[in-house]
Design a protein around this ligand. Structure first.
Ligand code: ZN
Length: 245
């Protein structure tokens, strides 16, 4: 079985479709939250994921787009984009987003946007957050998004900090077999990468190989930027796509 693992699509349909083509034939798509927000095509991205029967969890941007949480804690650009998104979603789309869980369990995997300690909000950047998350993860493998940075967390009780936090590079393969500790993977962001590499980021799980491989795919950034300009979305959100940050 091959499963495409995507996160932080952020209403960037050009990026999402590029990643889906790049992944080839898959048996399932798992989406780790923030399918909308920032980008110009929220409804189309939701439709694509539903068409594919994707397993989805909610992120802070799904919640903000429906008004389920306030945008008080968002930066001004993110808040403006959330309001823009909210105005464009149909009632049915909003109800669909509101129906998404914050945590999903699928076989040996736990899916969450932030961390299990705070599924919608907490960034898994630090060892402290990683350990807090791992303590609550009951499956051997976890998948998260939110930071927009492809990351691997390896639990190892012999290490002073209890785990290792590593950046994942294009083509890097994470072997899931023969480990004592748990693993947590962030596939990076499809629609708004922030690790200095503007290419879309996603991961492929191959059950035959028992491995997860990180992939980067070049997409037509200009096409998304043009739609954002037409929509008058905030300038920095348009610019940052080309900078990958
Ligand atoms: Zn995000």
């Amino acid at each position: 079985m091959r499963i495409a693992i995507v996160a932080d699509i952020h209403a960037n349909l050009t990026a999402l479709d590029t990643v889906l083509r790049h992944a080839g034939v898959v048996d399932a798509v798992w989406s780790l939250g923030d399918s909308v927000g920032y980008g110009p095509q929220p409804g189309q991205c939701i439709a694509r994921l539903r068409e594919l029967g994707a397993l989805m969890v909610a992120g802070n941007h799904e919640r903000a787009a429906t008004g389920a949480i306030s945008t008080e804690d968002f930066n001004p650009d993110a808040a403006a984009a959330a309001q823009w998104t909210k105005a464009r979603l149909t009632l049915e789309e909003r109800a669909f987003l509101d129906s998404l869980p914050e945590v999903a369990l699928e076989g040996e995997f736990t899916l969450v946007h932030g961390t299990l300690r705070d599924p919608i909000w907490e960034y898994l950047y630090s060892y402290e957050a990683a350990i807090g998350h791992l303590a609550l993860q009951e499956t051997p493998f976890g998948l998260f998004g939110h930071t927009h940075v492809p990351t691997l967390v390896v639990e190892d009780e012999h290490l002073p900090r209890g785990c290792e936090l590593l950046r994942l590079q294009d083509g890097e393969k994470v072997d899931l077999g023969g480990r004592g500790g748990k693993l947590v993977v962030n596939p990076g962001s499809v629609g708004q990468p922030r690790d200095g590499d503007r290419r879309s980021s996603y991961a492929l799980y191959d059950s035959q190989e028992n491995a997860i491989t990180l992939h980067r795919a070049e997409y037509e950034i200009g096409a998304t930027q043009k739609l954002m300009e037409e929509a008058r979305l905030p300038g920095w959100l348009i610019k940052r796509l080309a900078e990958g940050r």
